[in-house]
Design a protein around this ligand. Structure first.
Ligand SMILES: [Zn+2]
Length: 329
């Protein structure tokens, strides 16, 4: 039976008027940066790198209430505001998105970092378990978690609220330099105050994986076709990955740059989350310079979903191009 257009219009009007149907927006309504009302399509995105299958799985976003103050340490608020406006981004409640890269190599499934832990960190985060299910990836099928660094948004998802392993059959590979730093609480005086909880969280999240952990060094292969690259600065051992299959390549860049409109356009900007901002800048310029020159595809953790693409050089920085339908030839 055909549905009358008039009925559809009426239904839409009822939906708009009914508080019960918009409750998902939260009592305060749609804040800029808050999740849109209602259920979305599952947030996963797939592409191939050679024989490997890459799946980007979205884990939600947490708003930064005031990105103009105290976030970027060596830029004036007016400069930050101008960069946000140029990127058509909100200047208050700026969403910080989280997206985890998964790669099925045919010999195993590798997760690059672990997400925020099913909403353990902040409202608006924790979509990973549901989106993994939609993507057909069973956490029990993950064979390796390759960890870039130990900030909470990257390792909290290793375990549930009860601290049971979320990836029960996975090995965990961590940068040796990162492990040495965060497993030694005498380093607490060397990090910004907001990062002190990372010492306790390191102990807690890796605890259940103790028997299945290994440490990797710069240049080491963590799995066939997946090589670690030192990208120090954001944290003392922050590392990224160079993935190759056949003639194809991909860089998994973690937090070498968070939002491209800020830190790729202005690679010298230092974030309050960088343990060594000057070193983070050097790393960002060096690695994204290589990626631009090689016209290589990359994924990142804090870019807008689906969090992968290319860069070209622009002035002193870089311009980001989301991957699909990009032509760099
Ligand atoms: Zn991060």
């Amino acid at each position: 039976m055909a549905i009358e257009r008039r009925d559809l219009i009426t239904a839409a009007a009822v939906a708009l008027a009914s508080p019960a149907l918009v409750r998902g927006a939260g009592a305060q309504g749609a804040l800029p940066g808050a999740a849109p009302a209602g259920q979305q399509a599952p947030g996963f995105f797939r592409f191939k790198i050679g024989d490997f299958t890459v799946t980007m799985v979205h884990d939600g976003a947490a708003p930064r209430p005031n990105p103009l103050q105290g976030f970027i340490l060596n830029a004036e608020p007016a400069q930050v505001e101008a960069a946000l406006r140029e990127g058509a981004l909100p200047t208050a409640n700026l969403p910080n998105p989280f997206t985890v890269t998964f790669i099925d190599t045919g010999r195993g499934v590798v997760a690059f970092d672990a997400g925020t832990g099913g909403g353990q960190m902040a409202p608006g985060t924790g979509l990973l378990p549901r989106n993994l299910q939609a993507a057909g990836i069973d956490p029990a099928a993950v064979t390796l978690v390759a960890v870039s660094h130990f900030h909470g948004d990257h390792i909290t998802g290793l375990t549930t609220r009860e601290n049971a392993p979320f990836f029960p059959n996975a090995e965990v590979a961590v940068p040796a330099t990162e492990w040495a730093f965060w497993s030694d609480e005498s380093n607490a005086g060397r990090v910004p105050e907001g990062q002190r909880p990372t010492f306790a969280n390191t102990k807690r999240r890796f605890g259940p994986y103790q028997a299945k952990m290994r440490q990797y060094r710069d240049g080491e292969e963590v799995a066939p076709g997946i090589r670690a690259l030192a990208a120090y600065g954001h944290t003392p051992g922050h590392s990224v990955f160079h993935v190759t299959s056949g003639n194809d390549q991909l860089f998994v860049m973690a937090d070498t740059s968070s939002r491209p409109d800020l830190f790729l356009r202005n690679p010298h900007w230092q974030s309050v989350f960088d343990v060594d901002g000057a070193m983070a800048t050097e790393t960002r310029k060096r690695l994204f310079g290589r990626i631009a020159d090689e016209r290589a595809r990359f994924t990142a953790y804090h870019f807008n979903f689906p969090s992968n693409g290319y860069v070209t050089r622009m002035g002193d920085g870089f311009r980001f191009h989301p991957a699909e339908w990009t032509n760099l030839t």
